[in-house]
Design a protein around this ligand. Structure first.
Ligand SMILES: [Zn+2]
Length: 355
C-alpha cells in the first residue's frame, strides 16, 4: 500500500530568500526584476507572467510589509515557482504527470491526500485567489480534481474515509478503514495566505473542530499536518517550535487509530509510538523509533509487529504509531540547489485478514 501525502508535484525553486532583512529582500526583488526585464526573455506568456508578478509586488508591497516573515518567504516561494515555469503551481499538466506516475506504480492500493501546496485542488481557496492571476494562467479546479477522483487506481481522500479491502490473491488479503485529510492549521495571522486547505487553529478542547469528523472505528488516519507535540517541530536556534495541531492530537486520543501518518513539517520526519491514557488527551508514554538500518539506501522500516510499541501493546486500541513521512529533509526556503531527500518509510503492521 502506498500513501502519498501532498507535495505531489516536484517543486523547483530558483531563489531562496533565507533570513534576509527587508533591504536585502528588496534588493533581491529589484535584481530579479532587472534580470527578468531582459528583452531576450520576451515571449507572450512569460512577459505576461512577469508583469503580473511585479505589479503584484508593487501594489501589494504595503500588505507584504505587514505580514510575518514566513508569509513573505511563502510569497517568494510561490512567485519563484511561477517565474520558473509559466505553468501554474498545481496546474493540470503538473497534476497529470503526477497522477500518471502514481497509476504506473505497482501497489495494490494507493491512498492520496493533498496538502497546503495543492492550491488548485482546494476549489473555494483557489476561486478566491485566482482573480489576481493573468487569465491565461487560470486553471479549472474541477478538472484538476477529477484527475485524482476519477483515477481507477487511486483512493483520493479529502476529509473523508474509506474501507479498503485488498483482494489480490498474491497480496495480504487484509481490510482496514482509513481517514484522509489535506487540512493544516494556519500559521499565524497572515493577511496573505498562500496555503490551501487551512483552518484557524484552536487550543480549546471544548471548541468543536474539523477533526470531530474522524469516525471512531478508523484504523489509519492520514493527515497533511502532524498532531501537536509529535514529530512537529522546526529547529529555531535551540528552541524548537511546534507546528502540529492540538485538536488533531486530541482527535487521535479519541479515535486511537493503529497508525497516524502525516507530513508537512519536514524536520519532524520519523516515527514514535504514543500510549494513550484515560483522561481526555492524556498520554502515558512516547517511544521513539530508531531507523534499524540507517545505512540502507532504499527505505526505513517501522516494525509495529515486533518492534516499536510492541511492549506496550496488549488488547484494544491503547496506542497510536505516529509517522511523519516527509520526504524533504528541510524547509523549502532555506537552501539552494539540490534538495536532500529522506528515505520513504515502510510500516509493517498487522491488519485483519478478511477471508
Ligand atoms: Zn505542507
Amino acid at each position: 500500500m502506498l500513501i502519498i501525502m501532498s507535495e505531489i508535484i516536484n517543486w523547483e525553486v530558483n531563489e531562496y530568500p533565507g533570513e534576509l532583512n527587508k533591504d536585502q529582500w528588496m534588493e533581491l526583488k529589484m535584481a530579479k526584476k532587472a534580470e527578468l526585464g531582459d528583452p531576450i526573455l520576451n515571449g507572450m506568456a512569460l512577459s505576461e507572467l512577469y508583469r503580473w508578478a511585479f505589479e503584484f509586488l508593487d501594489q501589494k508591497s504595503r500588505i507584504l510589509d505587514d505580514i510575518p516573515f514566513c508569509g513573505i518567504k511563502r510569497f517568494f516561494d510561490v512567485l519563484c515557482h511561477r517565474l520558473d515555469d509559466p505553468n501554474l503551481v498545481g496546474s493540470y499538466d503538473e497534476l497529470s504527470k503526477a497522477v500518471a506516475w502514481l497509476e504506473k506504480a505497482d501497489f495494490e492500493c494507493k491512498i492520496v491526500i493533498a496538502g497546503n501546496h495543492e492550491i488548485t485542488l482546494d476549489e473555494p481557496y483557489y476561486n478566491n485567489i485566482k482573480a489576481s492571476y493573468p487569465p491565461s494562467l487560470i486553471e479549472s479546479s474541477p478538472k484538476c480534481l477529477s484527475l485524482l477522483t476519477s483515477s481507477p487506481s487511486i483512493t483520493y481522500l479529502s476529509h473523508t474515509s474509506a474501507t479498503i479491502k485488498l483482494t489480490s490473491p498474491t497480496g495480504p488479503l487484509t481490510t482496514f478503514t482509513v481517514f484522509g485529510s489535506p487540512s493544516s492549521p494556519k500559521r499565524g495571522p497572515d493577511i496573505i495566505d498562500f496555503s490551501a486547505f487551512t483552518y484557524p487553529p484552536s487550543e480549546d478542547p471544548a471548541t468543536p473542530t474539523l477533526w470531530d469528523a474522524i469516525p471512531a472505528n478508523i484504523d489509519i488516519v492520514v493527515t497533511h499536518t502532524p498532531p501537536r507535540h509529535h514529530l512537529d517541530t522546526v529547529p529555531n536556534n535551540g528552541n524548537p517550535v511546534p507546528f502540529g495541531c492540538e485538536s488533531l492530537r486530541r482527535a487521535l486520543w479519541r479515535v486511537r487509530p493503529r497508525l497516524a501518518v502525516c507530513g508537512h513539517v519536514h524536520f519532524g520526519r520519523g516515527a514514535e509510538y504514543v500510549s494513550w491514557g484515560h483522561e481526555e488527551g492524556e498520554e502515558l508514554s512516547t517511544e521513539k523509533w530508531i531507523d534499524p538500518a540507517p545505512e540502507g539506501k532504499k527505505n526505513s522500516l517501522v516494525d509495529l509487529v515486533k518492534g516499536l510499541g510492541s511492549e506496550q501493546r496488549g488488547r484494544g486500541r491503547e496506542g497510536t504509531c505516529v509517522v511523519n513521512a516527509a520526504i524533504m529533509t528541510e524547509s523549502y526556503f532555506q537552501r539552494k540547489g539540490h534538495r536532500k531527500m529522506s528515505k520513504p518509510i515502510v510500516v509493517d503492521l498487522e491488519l485483519p485478514v478478511w477471508t
